[in-house]
Design a protein around this ligand. Structure first.
Ligand SMILES: [Zn+2]
Length: 308
């Protein structure tokens, strides 16, 4: 058996005592079952024994891995592409309201849609993307170049960013401490870090259990909740400033989860569940399917922030 990725200390509270949370198959590619473990002290969840970073490539080999695709076939993926347009506007409005500067680094920039959208609003954008195919699409389609993660980690990029964004990306990152250190050094004094993450405390996670699409083992290594990401970031010099819903995620997650459960044909039931998940999130943001977290550097926030 090949070596696997495991952690011996909780990245949030350093506890060494873990319990089994759930066994979750890789529905998308391999059908292998991975255990999600949970810190017995703080509740932080992670995929235990995921493949090592050098061995994870084949687990992304799915035509259906829409994050890097630019195709428009199938109902879920057509909806995904339409949703992307709506979400680009939603994200940019939230960002413009922050009132910080306009130098932006998007990590996990994919085919460059977000960079392109923000460039159209006057932002100077840089991207970091692991997939060569996505980097080349980004160049071809938008004439925007993205760096490789190695170039980012080797500090070959400019610094002094006003914003660093990771849209559903950080849950894939192996070297989380290196990344957080670089977030800190690459951001200006008043800069903000924006992480969009699935919420394993969400109502749709509870409804679908091991079929929940956003467990996405073994590609998702970390299964944050509002509580655990706040503590995780706080331990690394960041303080939470704002939280926002990602209002379309319950619909996307419920539809993909239902397809894993082979219940996608019962569309009205799936949509009712998604609507319920959305309505619950309106009354309790911490039960949202996914959240956008806005962090500032903790040593700067007190004197600088007037965020609403
Ligand atoms: Zn812990």
């Amino acid at each position: 058996m090949s070596a696997s990725f495991s952690i011996s200390n909780c990245p949030v509270c350093h506890c060494t005592d873990f319990i089994t949370f759930k066994d979750v198959p890789d529905w998308l590619v391999s059908r292998e079952v991975f255990e999600i473990s949970q810190c017995a002290s703080c509740g932080f969840k992670f995929t235990n024994n995921a493949p090592l970073e050098n061995d994870i490539g084949p687990y992304y080999n799915s035509e259906e891995y829409v994050e890097h695709s630019d195709t428009k076939k199938g109902i879920i993926f057509s909806l995904y592409h339409t949703a992307r347009k709506i979400m680009l506007r939603y994200k940019s409005k939230k960002i413009e309201k922050l009132g910080v500067g306009k130098k932006l680094l998007d990590i996990g920039s994919g085919s460059g849609y977000f960079m392109h959208h923000m460039a159209g609003k006057g932002y100077a954008t840089a991207g970091v993307e692991i997939s060569e195919k996505a980097r080349s699409l980004c160049q071809k389609k938008f004439d925007l170049a993205a760096y490789t993660p190695a170039e980012f980690l080797e500090k070959k990029l400019d610094t002094d960013f006003d914003l660093i964004t990771l849209w559903h990306v950080f849950e894939h990152v192996y070297t989380y401490n290196e990344y957080f250190e670089l977030f800190h050094t690459s951001l200006k004094k008043n800069g903000v870090l924006i992480l969009a993450l699935p919420n394993s405390d969400s109502i749709d996670a509870k409804m679908y259990g091991k079929f929940w699409a956003a467990y996405d083992t073994p590609r998702h290594l970390w299964h944050f909740t509002p509580k655990t990401i706040e503590a995780f970031a706080s331990a690394r010099g960041f303080v939470l400033i704002q939280k926002h819903r990602l209002p379309l995620d319950p619909f996307f997650n419920c539809m993909v989860s239902a397809s894993y459960k082979k219940k996608f044909t019962v569309l009205p039931i799936t949509l009712t569940k998604a609507l319920w998940a959305y309505l619950v999130s309106l009354t309790n943001i911490d039960r949202s399917s996914s959240l956008i977290y806005v962090f500032g550097k903790s040593d700067e926030v007190e004197e600088t922030q007037n965020f609403t």
